[in-house]
Design a protein around this ligand. Structure first.
Ligand SMILES: O=C(O)c1cc(C(=O)O)c2c(n1)C(=O)C(=O)c1cc(C(=O)O)[nH]c1-2
Length: 251
């Protein structure tokens, strides 16, 4: 039956939350990391590839702000950029992620060079940034709502990784700890925007589709990592043992 009336705000919020069934917490790569079955190379590969996501988030948030004509929204949204880039002399999330890299045995330069970033990860992350550039600001803003499910995944890492991976240095966990409160605050704002904006059946359905698009991005990143670090099939593995893929941000 075709839906003619929009869902109530409460029912729509529930429909957004139900998308958690597809969160990357359920990806086999993530499950292996959670269960202590990931090798050092797999953890390092994940940290190095996720760094590309971390450094792209402020680009994505700046694109949203560039398209948003409302000072009150921008005033709140800018906090996301400050969280990652740091402000007032304090380090931000990007620096914390670099420390995570060091804690898992990677050199800062290795992360900063993007050398390990697999094409599949790059394409997925670039799709997120480009979506934020093109979409209207409300749709782009609400695509961050996978963060609804993020505190759980950060907490699970804090609970299980120190026991499983004793070789990871303790300072590495600061990033996950800091995101627990930041993500909850972001979600509160993002949810409020989504509930206000999605006042028709069409907008609600489109927003659910956008959230799925974002879930697809996160899942696809881990698919690329599975190919490279679990199945040992990085791009061009039939041709070379080297990493021939492109290494620079082209878009
Ligand atoms: O570690 C994770 O699993 C995870 C997932 C997500 C997410 O759901 O997009 C984010 C983060 N972490 C994160 O640390 C973060 O800063 C972040 C920002 C955003 C966003 O879409 O604006 N997602 C996420």
């Amino acid at each position: 039956m075709t839906q003619t009336q929009p869902l109530s705000p409460r029912a729509f919020e529930q429909a957004l939350r139900d998308k958690g069934a597809y969160y990357h917490i359920h990806h086999p790569y993530h499950i292996a990391m959670h269960n202590g079955q990931a090798t050092r190379e797999q953890i390092q590969g994940w940290v190095a590839n996720r760094f590309y996501y971390q450094t792209s988030i402020p680009l994505k948030d700046a694109a949203i702000m560039a398209n948003c004509p409302h000072p009150d929204v921008r005033r709140k949204w800018v906090q996301r950029i400050l969280d990652h880039d740091g402000h007032g002399g304090g380090d931000g999330g990007i620096e914390a992620w670099l420390r995570l890299g060091e804690a898992v045995g990677l050199k800062r330069e290795a992360l900063l060079s993007d050398d390990m970033v697999l094409p599949g990860v790059r394409f997925a992350v670039d799709a997120y940034v480009n979506f934020a550039r093109r979409a209207n600001w409300q749709e782009a803003a609400c695509s961050s709502l996978t963060e609804l499910f993020a505190p759980q995944i950060h907490q699970a890492r804090l609970d299980t990784w120190p026991g499983h991976y004793q070789w990871i240095e303790a300072e590495g966990y600061d990033y996950f700890r800091s995101r627990l409160s930041q993500a909850n605050r972001d979600v509160e704002h993002g949810l409020q925007l989504a509930l206000e904006y999605c006042d028709s059946v069409e907008k609600q359905q489109r927003m659910l589709e956008i959230l799925q698009f974002k879930l697809d991005i996160l899942w696809s990143m881990l698919d690329a990592m599975s190919m490279a670090y679990e199945l040992k099939r990085p791009p061009y593995h039939t041709v070379t043992t080297g990493s021939a893929w492109h290494k620079t941000r082209l878009v």
